[in-house]
Design a protein around this ligand. Structure first.
Ligand SMILES: Cc1ncc(COP(=O)(O)O)c(C=O)c1O
Length: 392
C-alpha cells in the first residue's frame, strides 16, 4: 500500500465494495491479503532463530477469529494477556493455551479469577509478579483456593516501567517462591524492551540499547542459574520483545519466547525502520454524510469570505486514534474542532467524493481501536466477513 497509485486503486475498490454491501456504518477493516503477507514475513524472520517461540499479544489482535488465524499460521497457542476478561475466550478456544500475563494483575483480580471461574483453576496461566508484596498476596490466594500458581517475574531491562531491577530484588522473590513449592511455581522471566527502538538515536542507537537490555536480561538469567539451580530448567519461559524489537530478537536473543501482535496489522505507531518490510493491514472506513463546498466557521463571517481551496465533508463518527489517509490530503480542520459524532474533514476541491462514499483512516494503535468496533471486517476478494471483537 506504499505506492500512491496502488493505494488509490485499493481504496477506490474498497469504497465500491462498501457502497454495494455495507449498510452505511463506520467499519473497521482488515486487509486479509496484507495480513497474510505480514505473517509470512514474520514467519520467515522467526525461522532465523529456531529457539524463539512466538507468543501472540491478545490486546493488539483482539478478535477471536483474528487470533485463530494468526495462531494457526504460527502454530502457537502461546498468548500474552493484559486484561482479565480476555483470558476466558482464549482458554475456551485454545485447548493447549499457555497464557502469560503482560502486566501484574491486582491481587483482587487474581482472586476473582479463582473464585469465579473454578473450572479453569488448573489452566496454564503464568501470573506476572513485580514485588514481594504482590507475591505474598498471590501466595495467600494460592493457599485459600488450594491452587499452585505459576509465577513469572517481571524484570526491568531498561524500559523503567517497574519490575525487578536489582539482584537483591530478584533473589528476594525467588526465595519466597522456593520456600512455598506447594503454592508457587517459578515459570520464568518477562522483560519488555520497547524503549530499544523508541529512544532518539542521538541519545542511544537502537542496536546499543538492545545489546544493553539483553545484557541485563542475561545477568538475571545467570543469577537464577548460579543461586537457584533447583529452580532453573530449560523449559522456563524467558519472554521478551514486542513488535518494536522483533527484528532484533530474531537475529539474536537470550530469550526463548517472543511476544508480538501490533506489527501484523501495522498501525502507524509501528512505523519504524526496523519494521519496514511490514505494511498496514487495518483501516477505518467511514461514510460521508454531507459534502459542503466550503468550510464555514461559526461566528467568523469575514474569514468565511476568503477564497477556499477545500471542500468540507461531514462524516459518520470521527476523532478516532487514527489519521485520514484517503482521499489523499484529507484532514480535520484546525479551528473547527474534532467530533466523535460527525467530524468535519477537509478535502481539496478537486477531490471527487459524494455523499455515501467512504473516507479511510489508518489507526495509530490496534489495541485502542479494535475494542471500539463490535466487528472487524475481514476483507478479501471484494467480500467482507464479520469477525467479532473483544469489546471488553
Ligand atoms: C509486556 C509486553 N510485551 C509485549 C508487548 C508488545 O505488543 P505489540 O507487539 O502488540 O506491540 C507489549 C505491548 O504493550 C507489552 O506490554
Amino acid at each position: 500500500m506504499v505506492k500512491n497509485a496502488q493505494a488509490h486503486d485499493f481504496f477506490q475498490q474498497l469504497n465500491q465494495d462498501l457502497r454495494h454491501s455495507a449498510f452505511g456504518l463506520p467499519r473497521l477493516i482488515l486487509d486479509e491479503d496484507q495480513l497474510k503477507r505480514n505473517i509470512q514475513h514474520a514467519e520467515q524472520q522467526l525461522h532465523k532463530n529456531k529457539h524463539l517461540k512466538p507468543r501472540l499479544v491478545v490486546k493488539s489482535l483482539a478478535s477471536l477469529q483474528l487470533l485463530q488465524t494468526v495462531a494457526t499460521h504460527f502454530q502457537t497457542q502461546r498468548f500474552m494477556v493484559f486484561h482479565l476478561p480476555q483470558i476466558l475466550p482464549i482458554l475456551e478456544s485454545f485447548s493447549s493455551a499457555d497464557v502469560l500475563m503482560g502486566k501484574p494483575m491486582p491481587a483482587s483480580t487474581v482472586e476473582y479469577f479463582y473464585l469465579r471461574f473454578t473450572s479453569w483453576n488448573t489452566s496454564n496461566i503464568q501470573w506476572l509478579v513485580d514485588t514481594p508484596q504482590r507475591l505474598i498476596a498471590y501466595l495467600d490466594i494460592a493457599r485459600r483456593y488450594a491452587v499452585r500458581l505459576q509465577i513469572n517475574i517481571e524484570i526491568d531491562v531498561g524500559l523503567h516501567r517497574g519490575g525487578v531491577s536489582s539482584t537483591q530484588e530478584l533473589v528476594a522473590l525467588l526465595k519466597i517462591i522456593e520456600a512455598h513449592p506447594e503454592q508457587l511455581k517459578f515459570s520464568g522471566l518477562m522483560g519488555y524492551d520497547a524503549h530499544v527502538t523508541k529512544l532518539p538515536s542521538i541519545i542511544k542507537k537502537a542496536d546499543v540499547a538492545y545489546a544493553e537490555s539483553q545484557q541485563i536480561y542475561q545477568h538475571f538469567i545467570e543469577i537464577i542459574q548460579a543461586q537457584f539451580p533447583q529452580l532453573w530448567h530449560e523449559e522456563l519461559c524467558l519472554n521478551g520483545g514486542g513488535s518494536p524489537s522483533f527484528n532484533f530478537h530474531v537475529k539474536q536473543s537470550v530469550c526463548n519466547d517472543l511476544s508480538f501482535g501490533s506489527m501484523l496489522l501495522k498501525p502507524s505507531d509501528f512505523d519504524s525502520t526496523h519494521l519496514e518490510a511490514l505494511k498496514p493491514a487495518l483501516w477505518i472506513a467511514s461514510p460521508v454524510l454531507k459534502v459542503l463546498e466550503n468550510t464555514e466557521l461559526p461566528g467568523m463571517p469575514l474569514l468565511n469570505k476568503l477564497p477556499h481551496k477545500d471542500k468540507a465533508l461531514f462524516i459518520y463518527g470521527g476523532y478516532w486514534m487514527a489519521d485520514y489517509v484517503y482521499p489523499k490530503g484529507a484532514h480535520p480542520h484546525l479551528l473547527y474542532g474534532r467530533s466523535s459524532n460527525q467530524e468535519l474533514v477537509n478535502v481539496s476541491k478537486t477531490t471527487q467524493i459524494d455523499v455515501d462514499d467512504y473516507v479511510f483512516l489508518r489507526p495509530t494503535q490496534s489495541e485502542a481501536i479494535i475494542p471500539q468496533f463490535s466487528q472487524l471486517y475481514c476483507y478479501k476478494n471484494n467480500v467482507f466477513e464479520a469477525w467479532e471483537t473483544f469489546r471488553e
